[in-house]
Design a protein around this ligand. Sequence first.
Ligand SMILES: Nc1ncnc2c1ncn2[C@@H]1O[C@H](COP(=O)(O)OP(=O)(O)O)[C@@H](O)[C@H]1O
Ligand SMILES: [Mg+2]
Length: 403
Amino acid sequence: MNRAPNNLVPLNRASSPGMGMKGSQAAQRSPKDRILHMEGIQKVYGTSVAVENTSLELFAGEILTLLGPSGCGKTTTLRLAIGLERATKGRIWFKDRLVDAPEDRVFVAPDKRDMGMVFQSYAIWPHMDVFGNVAYPLRVRRRKADEIRREVEKALDLVGLAGFENRPGTKLSGGQMQRVAVARGLVFGPDLLLMDEPFSNLDAKLRDQMRSELKLLQRRLGISVLFVTHDQSEALALSDRIAVMQSGRIEQSGDPKELYFYPQTPAVRDFLGRTLNFDGRIVARAHGNLTTVELAGGMICDVAGADHTNSSAIHSRCVASIRPEHVKVTPRGNDPLHATGYLAGDILTLLFIGDRYEASIRLSTGMVVTVFLPCDENWEEGQAVKLMLPSERLQLWKSEGAQ
Ligand SMILES: Nc1ncnc2c1ncn2[C@@H]1O[C@H](COP(=O)(O)OP(=O)(O)O)[C@@H](O)[C@H]1O
Ligand SMILES: [Mg+2]
């Protein structure tokens, strides 16, 4: 697992059941199952560094997702993998073969790498029909006409477009173009399919459908996928493993639950799902593995699983973070605004989002937080509430800038 520099490591690991990579899965991964291996990759355009010191491994039969905000280097990493760009530094292996190593003067052209690619724009050629588009990678590889016809039919069938061979490229809906692009990526039976934000141009419903279809197709074919998205829920839903990128680097990689529950850097914590971050001070190193923290507003809470090797001094500032779904909210009635047992606040807005309310709550400190409330209970805007933060769900971080 890639880790960020030590000063950003959280102070504890919030415990949650069933987390981390399954032992059997970890044991199955060996270098010989490696489909793609990038080591120490740097890509510089003029004076700007698009990718910096990036290493990743992708194993047979898995979906690995590069997740990060726009401009963090995801597309560049894919283009380097397939050979549409040459690395400035580092080495890339595809299966056992070194395919890019500027220091060793090695570079293997994209059509010799046997990777399929689905571009963000789909890149469907308008002057060709569906057959021509899907057949293209086979023609480049000089396959025979009868094989081309057979393989194109098979690929179109896989993506649910059987019978669309003669439809012009210009007469396709967004979803159909997307399917043609997947068929073209798969048609020559590559060991690795690269997908660059393939669903970002689709409407929400179709996007959900395509995600499930992709996962089913990937499981059925046993193909490996390097997927790129800026959408964290897409990454969580689709991936066997996720690598979170930020400013050209991989901040952390791991399975989705590991990243969600054990983020190692503030960027990963805040990018994957929502987090509530409360400023506080460490007031005691308690019994067992508990650390006692006083949050702004006066609440005292024990944080479980504190890592003492990483511990900060008593009185030092810290940040206690928690996922909104783990905050317990109850009506406050006439209980006081300042207390050590809870954070007090009032409901500012209440949004009914189907299966629950999304409530923004103004705390006594003035901070506004968003939490979820069950919709089978009666809540109203303006209502006085208290927030409780279960110890085992809190994660403790060094305050940025703190010693
Ligand atoms: N051909 C290029 N020439 C110059 N700069 C580029 C080029 N391609 C990408 N970049 C820059 O590299 C950085 C990463 O871009 P990109 O890989 O496209 O990010 P992402 O796909 O995560 O949005 C950005 O700052 C972008 O402007
Ligand atoms: Mg991109």
